[in-house]
Design a protein around this ligand. Structure first.
Ligand code: AHR
Length: 698
């Protein structure tokens, strides 16, 4: 009989052998064990001081995410609302207006629709009036049996799935009795997936009345639509028509599959709601938080003139804080500082904007009796949100075009520090090459460039002054010239940059990629980390690179030095140690930006005396046959990290970095007790020489 450990050893060996046989035949460069493979390759050495004592703590909040309402990231994306233009406001306040994407079911003789300003909601007065000219009986103008009315295709089709429940809510008014079908149908309207009736007497709907209709789908269509139809002659008004899936993340309205992609990055912070979205082309179109809170029906929505689409603002100021809380990430609120792309408020007149920011902070942090805290409490969150970071504007530190930034910034800085001394304030001015001329806790740093340039920028912060505010690299990415819509080349440039940021995390406090999301139906910016349509999604290689850093925040950066001809072989590497699931790990991450394999020799010194053995644990490799390869909706996992057990060679700590790859190697540290077991029962994964490495105090 095999005992458990022998059994484990056997299974492990079988797994490793199968893996090697499989992967060596199909993709040679994934093999790290074959000594013959290691011969004649360029070699670099990573000398790692494995002592935690001489390492440096990495900030708890180093890696996070940046959510911007761009590319329909929120409206038609993370926010699960299925109706687009639910309040008919998107066409503007002048009537009659365009009601896109709503469309009419029926011809001119049977129905017509028009917008008017009769809504019961003061901040969004536009409503839809539907005149039904046909009737269910009579000798002429009989309605078609399927009825006439309007439909909404959502954001390029609603994802309706068999067995799932949906909550339709709408406001209705009529001068006659109504008999209305509320249906979810296939994209052409021919197949009904779910349907219920609203029947009411004229006296019951002569004033605006809210109707809620639960629906359960009996079929699936990823491009479905909502239909409101009738065969009864009447005048009917509609406003604020919503379809929400019942099954959202924690019931908070977030699309589950997209949110899970965020969760999987283990983000320690979330910056929101933009980007340029915060600024607006013109101030009148900037995101203004007060317009996005309270009952969803009462939010006016707004047109983002930077990204050129309408948002109903279901994903508003409250929901962003809820999102941060659900992710376990620190919220970082970016607010407008009186400056847009094309106009501005002079410093002498900026106080109303300052007050708006203070009110927005009170909304998040004030107690539930405070003016704005009470609004939050009424929305279902009496406890304050933990807001500790705010950013004053986005990309506004530009003396030539935005002369009022510094003046405006100081007004915000002084007012916020005075009211909330613990809040960390982020300036838009770059402090990486020379000190800031104003007080700040962080400075915002954005970089979009070519892959090779970003790779080389791994050393960008090496010579930055160690005094003064820290950098918040809140937007970085290889841009579309090199990246197309998100290829491996871009991801590897970013990986090199991130390794450099990790190493400089004494002065780089926070890092996030941009943009996070893109709906394939409205690409406003390429590339992005997560690509989706109504029902499917995938991570670009840039997304997966971020996943290599999920253990970094709060870990210990180990001193490491890369030698050999590393620059010509385009290799960058770092070493960290971290604790997870009851074990201590050393993690080596290395990117090979070049097109030939490189041997990476590991040399560990300085292990603490209590550590008797370091064993190979897990390796992860992100690569592809062609560096220009991309994932796609039809091939979503072409380039994803391949994980396997890490088997180290018996007499050599050399691993192979495949061409165009990012790899991580997790080594588990074992102490004396475990060593006892290891020696007797489990095959040693590392050579004797490895166990005799120089230790602290020896
Ligand atoms: O990430 C896309 C845009 O790039 C952001 O809105 C802006 O801050 C930057 O210019």
């Amino acid at each position: 009989m095999m005992d458990m450990k022998s059994c484990w050893k056997f299974l492990t060996s079988v797994f490793i052998v199968s893996f090697l046989l499989g992967s060596c035949s199909s993709y040679q460069s994934l093999c790290v064990v074959d000594a013959r493979e290691n011969a004649n390759k360029p070699e670099v050495t990573l000398q790692v001081d494995a002592s935690n004592a001489s390492g440096r703590p990495i900030p708890e909040t180093l890696f996070g995410i940046f959510f911007e309402e761009i590319n329909h990231a929120g409206a038609g994306g993370l926010w699960a609302e299925l109706v687009s233009n639910r309040g008919f406001e998107a066409g503007g306040q002048n009537i009659p207006s365009n009601i896109w994407p709503w469309s009419i079911i029926g011809d001119e003789s049977s129905v017509y629709v028009v917008t008017d300003r009769s809504s019961c909601f003061e901040r969004n007065k536009i409503a839809l009036r539907m005149e039904v000219l046909c009737n269910s009986n009579g000798s002429s103008n009989v309605c078609p049996s399927e009825g006439v009315g309007v439909y909404n295709p959502g954001y390029w089709g609603m994802n309706i799935e068999e067995g799932k429940k949906y909550k339709v809510a709408l406001y209705v008014r009529s001068t006659a009795d109504i008999d209305l079908s509320v249906s979810l149908t296939s994209s052409d309207g021919l197949l009904t997936l779910a349907s219920e009736k609203i029947i009411a007497l004229a006296s019951d709907v002569s004033n605006w009345t809210k109707k809620e209709v639960p629906l359960e789908a009996n079929g699936t269509d990823h491009g479905a639509r909502l239909q409101l139809t009738t065969t009864k002659k009447s005048s009917i008004w509609f406003d604020q028509v919503s379809v929400m899936p019942v099954d959202t993340y924690k019931g908070h309205g977030f699309r589950k599959d997209l949110l899970q992609m965020m969760v999987n990055l283990k983000p320690r912070f979330i910056r929101f709601p933009g980007g340029c979205f915060v600024e607006g082309e013109w101030l009148r179109n900037a995101f203004r938080w007060k317009e996005t809170v309270g009952a969803w029906e009462e939010r006016p929505g707004h047109f983002s003139d930077v990204w050129n689409y309408w948002t109903d603002d279901g994903l508003g100021h409250f929901e962003f804080f809820q999102l941060a809380e659900d992710l376990g990430a620190a919220p970082i609120w970016v607010f407008n500082n009186g400056i847009s792309h094309k106009d501005h408020v002079e410093t002498a007149s900026v106080m109303p904007f300052v007050q708006e920011a203070l009110d927005g902070i009170e909304f998040a942090r004030g107690d539930s009796n405070s003016r704005w805290g009470s609004v939050r409490a009424a929305m279902g969150h009496p406890e304050p949100f933990e807001l500790k970071y705010v950013a004053v504007g986005n990309e506004d530190c530009d003396n030539d075009h935005k002369p009022y930034y510094r003046g405006n910034y100081l007004e915000f800085y002084n007012a916020i520090k005075n009211a909330y001394p613990d809040i960390k304030i982020i300036s838009n001015c770059d402090g990486s090459s020379e000190p800031l001329d104003h007080p700040a806790d962080y400075y915002d740093y954005h970089i979009y460039t070519l892959a090779m340039d970003l790779f080389k920028m791994s050393h960008n912060f090496d010579n930055t002054s160690r005094v003064g505010p820290k950098a918040f690299v809140s937007e970085y990415a290889v841009n579309s010239t090199d990246a197309n819509t998100g290829n491996l080349l871009a991801a590897l440039g970013e990986a090199g940059f991130l390794l450099g940021l990790e190493k400089n995390s004494d002065i780089v406090g926070m890092v996030s990629y941009a943009p996070l999301f893109v709906n394939t139906n409205d690409r406003r910016w390429n590339p992005d980390a997560i690509v989706f349509n109504s029902s499917h999604l995938y991570g670009t290689p840039s997304y997966w690179v971020q996943q290599f850093f999920t253990e970094s925040s709060g870990a210990t950066l180990l001193n490491s030095t890369l030698s050999g001809d590393s620059s010509s072989y385009l290799v960058e590497a770092s070493a960290i140690s971290f604790h997870a699931n009851g074990s201590d790990y050393i993690q080596i991450k290395a990117v090979n930006f070049g097109n030939e394999s490189v041997n990476l020799k590991l040399s560990l010194t300085g292990l603490d005396t209590s550590i008797t053995k370091v064993s190979g644990s897990k390796k992860k490799v992100l690569t592809s046959a062609n560096v220009m390869d991309e994932n796609s909706l039809s091939n979503p996992e072409m380039i994803v990290p391949q994980e396997s057990l890490l088997e180290m060679p018996e007499d050599d700590l050399t691993v192979v970095l495949p061409p165009h790859s990012l790899s991580s190697f997790d080594l588990v540290k074992e102490s004396a007790d475990i060593r006892q077991d290891a020696n007797t029962n489990v095959k040693r994964l590392l050579p004797e020489s490895f166990n005799n490495v120089k230790r602290n105090g020896m």
